[in-house]
Design a protein around this ligand. Structure first.
Ligand SMILES: NC(=O)c1ccc[n+]([C@@H]2O[C@H](COP(=O)([O-])OP(=O)(O)OC[C@H]3O[C@@H](n4cnc5c(N)ncnc54)[C@H](OP(=O)(O)O)[C@@H]3O)[C@@H](O)[C@H]2O)c1
Length: 336
């Protein structure tokens, strides 16, 4: 029986979830890949912390030690752009497939990683970077004849939870945020969520996937929900509307226009009824029209689900490495 060796970069909420699901779904993974999937190395920041992992798994804070071993696939779930980006570059250069959940890193460097992977004949999976378990990347990649014209989404579960609580229970912003922290839906420092940056990164990844390009970041209006008060919510309710934090991108005659901001939606808008920590994305295409996907946008098992679906696709060679924008531009220049 073939064995596929996995290195997990990060063993927090997401990394631990991936490890657990690899153990609990060993038979399904075997049926799907014809291989035994084995976690053989784990990278963490504090390797001496107690983690109850079997002795044969290398636990280290050194990426070099991990890449010296015989690894086939690297699954990355650490936080922030660095050192995740250089680590994944090194992994690709060694010939490993890479799969990531890291939106901040991938919004900044997805293009370079895709190009490098193409040069080295390996795949990059990034379904988990955007909207947790919702298979939105896969859905966009499967639309080959349709032209996507617009994408609109609730991409940050923390913001949606806070707005839902404010509207349903008439809570002040700070009280709803405190509840979100208590339940583990918001981090100790929730700035990226409530200031809109988290949704912005995800929108840029959707843009790369749907349009093979991103707008100039400085042209994108990014507003979070932190200025919204209970009075705003009450006014909105009495006008028959709903406030939602919405990330939008559309193709206007070849120019991409994007924004991330609180918006007033009519009750019949597909995103108006999305409550709590759920995410939802509406894709509008020329042939299909509007399709909305809704589901858990974060959490240990939904995110592990996206990473493991990518794992199976990578092994079956189904993951499409989208033609990077700069490469496309280069091809146009060469052609033209
Ligand atoms: N949580 C979610 O629901 C969710 C959903 C979608 C995507 N994501 C993305 O997934 C990634 C991981 O999120 P998480 O919630 O699992 O984070 P987390 O619980 O904070 O875990 C982070 C893990 O990464 C390790 N780590 C951090 N910096 C490192 C470094 N410089 N070198 C080596 N290891 C390092 C930590 O090591 P120690 O254990 O030693 O501290 C920890 O094991 C993030 O990029 C996040 O945006 C998360």
């Amino acid at each position: 029986m073939a064995t596929i060796k996995i290195a997990l970069l990060g063993f927090g909420t997401v990394g631990r979830g991936v490890y657990e699901v690899i153990q609990s779904h060993q038979n399904t993974l075997y049926e799907q890949t014809d291989s035994h999937i084995e976690v053989s190395a784990v990278l963490v920041q504090h390797p001496n912390q107690q983690r109850e992992l079997p002795e044969h798994i290398l636990v280290t804070d050194s990426i070099e030690d991990i890449l010296k071993t015989d690894i086939h696939i690297v699954i990355e779930a650490i936080v922030g752009e660095n050192p995740a980006y250089p680590y994944l570059k090194q992994a690709i250069e060694k010939g490993c497939h890479v799969i990531t959940a890291n939106k901040a890193m991938f919004a900044n460097h997805g293009d370079e990683l895709n190009q490098l992977a193409t040069e080295h004949g390996v795949k990059v999976g990034y379904e988990a970077t955007t909207a947790g378990g919702i298979p939105i990347i896969r859905t966009l990649q499967q639309l080959r004849v349709n032209q996507v014209q617009r994408i609109e989404g609730i991409l940050n579960g923390t913001s949606n939870y806070i707005l839902s609580k404010m509207a349903d229970e008439q809570l002040e912003f700070d009280d709803a945020l405190a509840q979100a922290k208590e339940l583990g839906y918001a981090e100790a420092d929730p700035a990226n969520d409530i200031e809109g940056l988290d949704a912005f990164y995800k929108l840029m990844i959707l843009s790369d996937t749907a349009f093979s390009s991103q707008p100039d970041w400085s042209d994108v209006m990014i507003n979070g929900i932190k200025g919204i008060t209970l009075d705003h919510i009450k006014e909105t309710i009495s006008s028959g509307k709903v406030i939602k934090h919405v990330a939008t991108i559309q193709n206007e005659d070849g120019a991409l226009r994007a924004s991330v901001q609180p918006m007033l939606l009519s009750p019949d808008h597909p995103l108006a009824s999305i409550k709590g920590v759920d995410n939802a994305i509406t894709i509008d295409t020329d042939l299909l029209g509007k399709v909305t996907l809704q589901g858990p946008g974060a959490g240990r098992y939904p995110t592990a689900s996206a990473l493991l679906e990518d794992l199976v696709s990578v092994v079956k060679e189904e993951v499409q490495t989208s033609v990077p924008y700069r490469l496309q531009k280069h091809l146009q220049i060469v052609k033209g």
